[in-house]
Design a protein around this ligand. Structure first.
Ligand code: SF4
Length: 499
């Protein structure tokens, strides 16, 4: 078995991941957020290599495909760089037996070499210790005197003031004590080898590694034989709690029906719906109470944001949510044909915040009811904009103070259908309420189908051809428009349900 540091970390998380990648790679489901995390990691790595100045050697060599790394060449380059006395080597590569690793940044310090492992996260995670321990193990066996190891991660308190200061953007951890992790390496590798060298599927059950540090991309495959729905569909239960039930063989909702520790109203509703074959639960009294506060005109609004990992705009932090688009459906009465649609989409490649804030203040007057889905998100963005633009703060705060959250009837269980499956995002609620309406189907949209796709594509528009720009902007507008139209339809459904 050839072992890289990322494969070692996968094995550390769950040995079956490496087996799946070798024998069932086609089962891997890499979602948009995983792709985004990888891209963030790449960007952060690019910036971090300048952390110790410009006098560094990057030993990366790629094969002719430009994608895969040419490790033998990198190992040779690393050796030559060390022999020449280089102070900072990026992607310093080492190989020992079948193990190899590329150190993000290797620095000549303390009479030896210090490992700097770069992470795009803003806080530490136990798997990082395993990662660094593995690197120390390989380097140690290659005869390198490792005199320290540190994590380099993003400082979530860093505020960009117009000049990017890498020494403030990045935090460097204290010297890592990886003794415990180092002591496990040979056992971890030996047991993994046994698993990976045989083509029969390992008998490894679902475990905490399925969700830590991130959702495992093979979860759909490994959970394929579970009843549907299962304990893993319970709303707002922690994964470790779900695993506890699972290990006690309380897996289907029939197994859970008499479980006294499941008390949440929504969880009970999820289970009862399946047991009693109930299709829909409607609490007319509570829904009516909710609807009474919605007085015309109603402004159904939805924001799209991007999250630059490296702050680009003054006053923002790493991963700040930057609003660049909104859609607005204005209902002056119950007649849909009277509905007005407004929208805003900033110019890609610019700071969109001022134009966004001015536009929304033009489109939504003070003291009217704005309707959003999951209000914490929009309210927080409005508050941030109000802090950034004091001259607009009264208006922006007023919009935020008059928000009605359309999620509430669902998250409180006042309207629940089995089809929602314990998820109350608009993407789950809408098809549950309108299963056969193609106009309300996000899959029928071109190019942009969810918020992650929107935030990924928007910053790229500025480098597209004019034709691509027009098409992508159109796709973004259509996507966001559906979000607010969906909210109008959800509201109409609530109205109908209490008649
Ligand atoms: S889903 Fe869980 S059991 Fe399956 S490979 Fe991933 S971590 Fe292992």
């Amino acid at each position: 078995m050839k072992l890289s540091k990322s494969k070692y970390c996968e094995i550390w998380q769950c040995p079956k991941i490496a087996w799946m990648k070798k024998y069932r790679a086609e089962e891997e489901v890499i979602d948009d957020s995983a792709r985004q995390r990888m891209e963030s990691g790449r960007i952060v790595g690019e910036y971090a290599r300048h952390l110790f100045g410009e006098n560094f050697i990057d030993v990366t060599v790629t094969d002719t495909d430009g994608q895969s790394l040419n490790l033998p060449a990198m190992v040779t380059n690393t050796r030559e760089a060390m022999e020449s006395g280089a102070e900072t080597i990026c992607e310093a590569a080492f190989a020992y037996n079948n193990m190899y690793c590329a150190v993000d940044i290797l620095r000549k310090e303390n009479g030896g070499y210090v490992i700097y492992e770069v992470k795009s996260a803003t806080e530490e995670n136990p798997i990082y210790y395993a990662d660094v321990a593995y690197q120390k193990y390989v380097l140690g066996h290659c005869g390198v005197n490792v005199t320290g190891s540190h994590l380099v991660y993003l400082n979530n308190e860093y505020v960009f003031d117009g000049t990017l200061r890498l020494n403030e953007l990045f935090c460097i951890s204290d010297d890592l004590d990886t003794t415990e992790e180092e002591s496990k390496i040979e056992d971890v590798i030996a047991s993994a080898e046994e698993i990976i060298d045989t083509d029969s599927e390992p008998d490894i059950d679902l475990n905490i590694g399925c969700k830590k540090p991130y959702d495992c991309s093979f979860f759909a495959y490994c959970s394929r034989n579970l009843p549907k729905p299962s304990v893993f569909n319970l709303y707002r239960q922690s994964f470790s709690k779900k695993l506890d039930y699972y290990y006690q063989n309380k897996i289907s909702y029939f197994d859970l029906v008499n479980e006294p520790t499941i008390k949440s109203k929504i969880n009970r509703m999820q289970i009862d719906h399946i047991i009693n074959k109930t299709e829909i639960t409607i609490n007319k009294k509570e829904i009516s109470k909710f609807l009474e506060q919605m007085t015309f005109p109603l402004y159904f609004v939805d924001f799209e944001t991007m999250q630059p990992v490296i702050p680009e705009f003054i006053g923002t932090k790493p991963y700040a949510q930057i609003p660049f688009q909104y859609s607005l459906h204005i209902c002056t009465d119950y007649d849909e044909s009277h509905m007005i649609h407004r929208e805003f989409l900033a110019e890609s490649g610019t700071d969109p915040r001022r134009a966004f804030a001015e536009s929304i203040c033009r489109d939504i007057p003070m003291d009217v009811n704005s309707v959003v889905y999951n209000k914490a998100f929009e309210q927080t963005r409005l508050k941030e904009l109000a802090e950034t633009f004091p001259d607009l703060s009264e208006h922006l705060n007023n919009i935020g103070d008059h928000i009605i959250d359309l999620l509430v009837p669902f998250s409180q269980g006042n309207l629940y259908t089995t089809e929602m499956g314990g998820s109350f995002s608009i993407k789950s609620v809408l098809p549950a309420l309108y299963p056969d309406d193609p106009k309300l189907n996000y899959h029928n949209l071109d190019g942009v189908h969810n918020g992650t796709e929107a935030m990924t594509v928007f910053p790229k528009i500025c480098s597209m051809s004019p034709e691509e720009q027009a098409k992508t902007r159109h796709n973004l507008l259509k996507y966001c428009e559906l979000d607010t139209y969906a909210m109008v339809k959800v509201w109409q459904y609530l109205l109908k349900s209490v008649r």
